[in-house]
Design a protein around this ligand. Structure first.
Ligand code: FES
Ligand code: FES
Length: 141
């Protein structure tokens, strides 16, 4: 039955072979940690970035998601997307971009929102630990 086919093949690919799963030491000064939850379903996503302070780019990304297939696929895709981006660029990634890539249906849009929230939260955490990085970023724009 066609209606049973809930997930697009790109979601299944990321779900069965998630990229960049893992975690980093939260206490490292060059690591930003984002931990967010989706009120709609209770799913939780942890996303961490390691930043190269010489140019404010994302040198490494890791995630752990306790959630549905779309949430896992969204975070897996996001880690690939933001790798090598500046913090400023990564902060502009929108969930709609993720949803489009993975062909998420409307009912699964909040799963990609979790990924957007997670990267924003990781960047904010990095800036809290490295206030000077933020002023460098802002003056550069
Ligand atoms: Fe069940 Fe998200 S609602 S996994
Ligand atoms: Fe809630 Fe996917 S169903 S994150």
């Amino acid at each position: 039955v066609a209606s049973r086919r809930q997930y697009h093949e790109k979601v299944l690919d990321h779900y069965s072979n998630p990229r960049n799963v893992g975690s980093m030491s939260k206490t490292d000064v060059d690591v930003g940690t984002g931990l967010v939850g989706a009120p709609a379903c209770g799913d939780v996503m942890k996303l961490q970035i390691r930043v190269d302070p010489s140019n404010n780019t994302i040198a490494d990304v890791k995630f752990k998601t306790f959630g549905c297939g779309s949430a896992i696929a969204s975070s897996s895709y996001l880690t690939q997307l933001v790798q090598g981006m500046t913090l400023e660029e990564a902060g502009r990634v929108r969930n709609t971009e993720i949803a489009k890539e993975l062909c998420l249906p409307p009912v699964k849009l909040h799963c990609s929102m979790l990924a957007e929230d997670a990267i924003k939260s990781a960047i904010a955490n990095y800036y809290t630990k490295n206030p000077k990085a933020q002023s460098t970023d802002l003056s550069g724009t």
